[in-house]
Ligand binder design. Structure first.
Ligand SMILES: [Zn+2]
Length: 401
């Protein structure tokens, strides 16, 4: 009797052990899927991206030359969701994805400088001061960066509103965080970047608009004088103007320069075929023809990078000036977000697009893990008997009859 009781006890312990082991297996599967899809996948995908090669002036030594190439990263339209339109789960997911992508890119690629081309926030155009403070806090956490990497932000219509809803108050609170209002010139390693407030290029003489135009004209004067001084052209109007590297600038702005539509855009991340032929509205989808022409006259840029459309495009202005539309960095807007990596010298540049993990692929991995989990549970409950055991079970049943 005592023997039977101890046998029963051992069997109970064995059964419990088996169940514990099974639960551990399930937990391992779930944890592995999570670790891969939420951390490792960013490393696996971004590890394949590389800084493009760029021609370097022949007289520089190789050590000097590698140090003289500026490694710049460009991304756009992060659209951090606000308190009014953003669902908490959507917010959590998108912000986690962008934070992981950005932090992984920083640690693997070590850029010198990162530019975000506007629409950092989704509801900066109408958010209360409290909501704005909360959005800024989350932005600073997501896009934290080491001292060796600079982060520069261009203003977009979702940050301060379209022209008709843009106010000095909204512009000031943006400027307080990002130190940017009308226009800004940044020179790094001999490369000049002009950051433009394209929302203020309405051309109607509004206070913010005229301030922005005046600032841009001043910057254009400075750049043109530097180029003339380099070529030894003396110009009275340039006396006393601070001398900058005589390199043609790179324009960074939120709205693209005027183009009729995205019909000519190609590539896997260009606009959808049904959207490509929809004509763009000036001062809404793209800058007006007049403002676009002004920017080209003032700056003679060698490259333009812009955002706003959420899709990719490459346009050639006046037959020689390339403009790159940088797609959205958020998975909320695309299945295949990306950022641009630029190796830039004062005389040349080379660009490379780094794609981030596809949302659909991550979902597929989760589905496979879920299916595997289901099969394991069913097998454990012996609802999924292998054919051999199934046949054996049938024979036994037959014999019994
Ligand atoms: Zn926009």
């Amino acid at each position: 009797m005592a023997m039977m009781r101890s046998d029963l006890g051992i069997m109970k312990i064995l059964r419990l052990k088996k169940r514990g082991c099974f639960l551990l297996k399930l937990l391992c599967l779930v944890v592995l899927a999570l670790i891969f899809c939420e951390f490792l996948v960013y490393y696996v995908v971004i590890f394949q991206c590389h800084w493009p090669e760029v021609k370097i002036e022949a007289h520089r030594s190789s050590k000097q030359s590698s140090a003289s190439v500026l490694k710049a990263m460009f991304l756009s339209d992060t659209h951090l969701l606000g308190e009014i339109k953003g669902h908490w789960l959507d917010k959590l997911r998108r912000e986690w994805q962008m934070e992981r992508a950005f932090q992984t890119a920083l640690s693997l690629l070590e850029p010198d400088i990162v530019f975000i081309l506007g629409d950092v926030f989704d509801e900066g155009k109408w958010s209360s001061s409290q909501a704005w403070a909360d959005d800024v806090r989350r932005f600073q956490k997501m896009f934290r960066h080491p001292v060796r990497t600079e982060l520069m932000v261009v203003v977009g219509n979702h940050d301060i509103g379209f022209h008709y809803e843009m106010t000095t108050y909204k512009l000031k609170r943006f400027a307080k965080v990002f130190n940017f209002t009308s226009g800004k010139l940044i020179t790094r390693k001999g490369v000049n970047f002009v950051m433009v407030n394209s929302v203020a290029l309405e051309g109607d003489g509004c206070t913010v608009c005229s301030r922005a135009e005046a600032k841009l004209m001043k910057l254009s004067h400075k750049l043109n004088c530097s180029q003339q001084q380099e070529q030894n052209h003396s110009n009275k109007r340039c006396s006393g103007v601070e001398q900058l590297p005589a390199s043609e600038p790179i324009l960074l702005q939120h709205y693209p320069l005027y183009r009729r539509s995205d019909a000519e855009c190609t590539g896997e991340d260009s606009a959808l075929p049904e959207e490509k032929n929809i004509p763009f509205k000036e001062k809404y989808d793209v800058l007006s023809r007049e403002a676009s022409q002004k920017l080209l006259w003032w700056f003679h840029p060698r490259l333009i990078l812009s955002g706003h459309t959420h899709s990719a495009c490459e346009v050639l202005h006046n037959g020689k000036i390339p403009e790159i539309s940088v797609p959205s960095f958020s998975w909320r807007n695309r299945n295949n977000p990306s950022f641009i990596m630029g190796s830039i010298t004062p005389t040349d540049f080379s660009l490379y697009k780094c794609f981030l993990p596809l949302e659909s692929r991550v979902v597929t991995i989760y589905c496979i893990a879920g299916a595997l989990l289901g099969v394991l549970i069913l097998a454990h409950l012996q609802l999924l008997n292998p054919p051999f055991y199934f046949a054996q079970h049938l024979i036994r049943k037959h014999k019994a009859v």
